[in-house]
Structure formats: C-alpha cells, structure tokens
Design a protein around this ligand. Structure first.
Ligand SMILES: NC(=O)c1ccc[n+]([C@@H]2O[C@H](COP(=O)([O-])OP(=O)(O)OC[C@H]3O[C@@H](n4cnc5c(N)ncnc54)[C@H](O)[C@@H]3O)[C@@H](O)[C@H]2O)c1
Length: 255
C-alpha cells in the first residue's frame, strides 16, 4: 500500500480509541494528521504520540455538532497543513437503552453527533476537494446500521443514515474524483464499548456472548480498524466508491 507522504488527513474523534489508532497509523505512513476532537487533551495526546514517532500531527479542538467550530478547525488545518486530501468521519457517541426508555433530548444529541456532525464535516470539506478534483472520504458507521442492535435504536438509525448519505455523496461527487466509502466496526474495545457493556448490566455475560458469536473468536481492538480505513483513503482504492465494509471478526456477513 502507498504511503501518505504529503497528504493532509483530518480525523474526527481522533482522540478516541479507533480514531487514535487510525491517526497514529496515518502518521506512521507519512501523512500530515489533523486530529479533531471535542476533547482537546485527548487529541493533543494522540498528536504528541505521532510527533514522538517522527510524524507530523496537530490537535484541533472541534465540536462536530457546531458548524462554527467545524469551520474554525477546518480553516486552522488549511492554514497549518494545506488542502485536505482525506477526511475520516469517525467521531461518535451512544446511549444504551431500549428505545421506549429513551428521551427526545437524547435522540437530539445522538443525531447531532452521529449524523449531523458528519454532514457539517462534509459540507465544510467537500467544496475544497471538488475544486481540486480529488479527495477521499471514509465514514465510520457501525454494524448496527446493517443488521440493527438492541439498545441502540437511534444510534443505528443515524449510522444507517450515514451509510445512505455516503452512497449519495459518492454519486454526486464521483465526477470530481472524490470517493466516499464506509467502514462498519463491530464491537471494539474502546471507551464507547465500555459504556455499552455498563449499559448491558452484566458485562461478563455480554462479553461471553460476543466472543461466542464472533466467528474470529474475539471482540475487535482499535488497531483492527486502520487497515480498512487507510485502504479506502489510498490510491489503491481509486476505483472503489459508495461501498460498505464490516470489520467485525465476521460477526455480520453481508453480500
Ligand atoms: N467501539 C465500538 O464497539 C464501535 C462499534 C461500532 C462503531 N463504532 C464507531 O466507531 C467510531 C469511533 O468510536 P470509538 O469506539 O473509538 O469511541 P471512543 O469513545 O473511544 O471515541 C470517540 C471520540 O469521539 C469524540 N467525540 C464525541 N463527540 C464529539 C463531537 N461532538 N465532536 C468531536 N468529537 C467528538 C470523543 O471525544 C472521542 O474521542 C464511532 O463513530 C463509533 O460510533 C464503534
């Protein structure tokens, strides 16, 4: 696979589990990595790790639910690193409850982070990519979008929406040389998954059930995801757009 020398990569939620692993992988492959996160300390920690390994990275505080914050972080990235070649929409959040036990205020927050946030990012970054007739967008959805997941109804609706949105943007912007693809993690050992286990009430039983039902016999680790994400972001994927790939140990097998 190519390196990402001279490529500017933006990753939202870059301070988190999957976002951190992906940021570090891009950093090792020579990219200029803009680590966007609501949590500036988490983003700075990841950026500092990349720099300590000899890579180029900068942390930017960005709340993807707030368009002004998105515009400010994108402008700061353009100034620091130049035009954005790759956008990875990875930031996400969940609440784990049966749908009838959730409140509309929680739906609003889930939709703002998991769907509207990605729309803001696309809206801010796409015009520059279209003008340069080049770009790679990788959206991180979830297997919940493909097969549903108890306790995650609104989150699953957002991720399903993100899949449909990605396919539409892939069609609208193919003529600009921009590809848009989706990676769907399965259960992956991060802070978000720790909350899921808590919400389930009996974490040990849940882990046992997942381990039994995942053909490859374990839940995912953050480092299981960057390979698929970097592939979609690479020149090797130039003829691949509007596709959805599960990285979930075979938990879901989609045709
Ligand atoms: N871990 C899993 O089991 C799993 C499964 C399926 C999909 N996913 C998806 O993978 C992606 C990464 O999740 P993770 O498991 O690494 O979670 P994580 O909690 O480790 O990381 C999420 C990051 O997003 C950031 N974030 C939250 N709200 C934000 C906002 N408004 N603006 C900017 N940043 C914000 C958080 O600060 C955090 O650093 C998410 O989109 C998640 O939905 C995770």
């Amino acid at each position: 696979m190519q390196t990402f020398n001279e490529k500017t990569v933006v990753i939202t939620g870059g301070g988190g589990g999957i976002g951190g692993a992906t940021s570090r992988r891009f950093g090792r492959q020579g990219a200029r990595v803009a680590v966007f996160d609501l949590n500036p300390e988490a983003a700075e920690k990841v950026a500092a790790q990349i720099r300590a390994e000899g890579g180029q990275a900068e942390a930017f505080r960005c709340d993807i639910t707030d368009r002004a914050s998105v515009d400010a972080a994108v402008a700061a990235t353009l100034e620091r690193f130049g035009p954005i070649d790759v956008l990875v929409n990875n930031a996400g959040w969940d609440v784990f409850k049966p749908f009838t036990k959730t409140e509309p205020a929680q739906w609003d927050k889930l939709i703002a982070i998991n769907l509207t946030g990605a729309l803001h990012m696309h809206h801010a970054v796409l015009p520059g990519m279209a003008a340069r007739k080049a770009g790679r967008i990788v959206n991180i959805a979830s297997d919940a979008a493909r097969v549903g997941s108890s306790g995650e109804a609104v989150y699953a609706a957002c991720k399903g929406g993100l899949v449909a949105f990605s396919k539409t943007i892939a069609r609208e912007h193919a003529r600009h040389g921009i590809t848009v693809n989706v990676v769907c993690p399965g259960p992956t050992d991060t802070a978000l998954f720790a909350d899921y286990k808590e919400g389930a009430g009996n974490p040990e039983k849940l882990m046992e059930a997942f381990t039994r039902s995942i053909p490859l016999g374990r839940i995912g680790q953050p480092d299981d995801l960057p390979g698929a994400i970097l592939f979609f972001a690479s020149d090797d994927a130039a003829y691949v757009t509007g596709q959805v790939l599960s990285v979930s140990g075979g938990l879901t097998m989609n045709g």
